[in-house]
Design a protein around this ligand. Structure first.
Ligand code: CA
Length: 221
């Protein structure tokens, strides 16, 4: 799962990045509206955290442009505490949720989980496929009831799979959602990562669709 953080205040941006990385997300950062618009238009994100007061292009304009371009990525806007007009305008412009500054990181994480879940059509914070269960609140992973430890990358990949069961996910899609922009990302790396995750889980969960990608079956249907 990869998040774009759009925030011009370095300290807040660094705090958000640290909180998201602790929660195993890949994080890209844009510090003004122009680069946010460019990034969000050319890369795939699972969610965008968008400050409204930004240099070059304000957040509300970025939001409107993205929605006008049919980019449906879930967006959480950051507003001033007394900025009720911003909240109303932001929600009307297509924001999925808002958070007033200053905020607690735990609340940001919970709201992000919720908009990502909603966009994926999932209703529960606990994702299951076969014997594998992931509690997205605590990032606890269990297989047949026993807990296991995954690396950030492995967790990110598993979470992306579990948010999109029953759909063939191509290698290029997985690369977009697992690695940060500018990192060394290629098909070999994602194949190796899938192999590692399979080995760790130790169960037949991730199917290969030769020439197309990977799939985990949707056990709820
Ligand atoms: Ca700002």
């Amino acid at each position: 799962m990869r998040i774009l953080v759009v925030e011009d205040e370095p300290r807040i941006a660094a705090d958000i990045r640290a909180g998201l990385e602790r929660a195993h997300y890949a994080v890209d950062h844009a510090e003004d509206g122009e680069s946010a618009w460019f990034r969000a238009g050319t890369e795939e994100y699972d969610a965008i955290v968008l400050d409204l007061g930004l240099p070059k292009l304000d957040g509300l304009t970025v939001l409107k442009r993205l929605r006008a371009a049919d980019i449906t990525t879930p967006i959480l806007i950051l507003t001033a505490r007394d900025g009720w007009r911003d909240k109303v305008e932001g929600i009307d412009a297509g924001a999925d949720d808002y958070l007033a500054k200053p905020f607690q990181m735990e609340e940001l994480l919970a709201r992000l989980r919720a908009i990502i879940r909603r966009a994926a059509g999932q209703s529960s914070a606990i994702l299951r496929a076969g014997p594998v269960e992931v509690d997205t609140r605590t990032r606890m992973v269990t297989v047949h009831g026993s807990a296991m430890t995954l690396s950030s990358l492995e967790y990110r990949l598993l979470a992306y799979f579990l948010h999109h069961p029953g759909r063939v996910l191509s290698q290029s899609e997985l690369i977009e959602h697992v690695y940060e922009a500018g990192s060394d990302r290629d098909v070999n790396a994602i194949e190796a990562l899938v192999a590692r995750l399979r080995r760790k889980l130790g169960v037949d969960l991730i199917e290969t669709r030769r020439g197309h990608g990977y799939l985990i079956p949707d056990s709820t249907r």
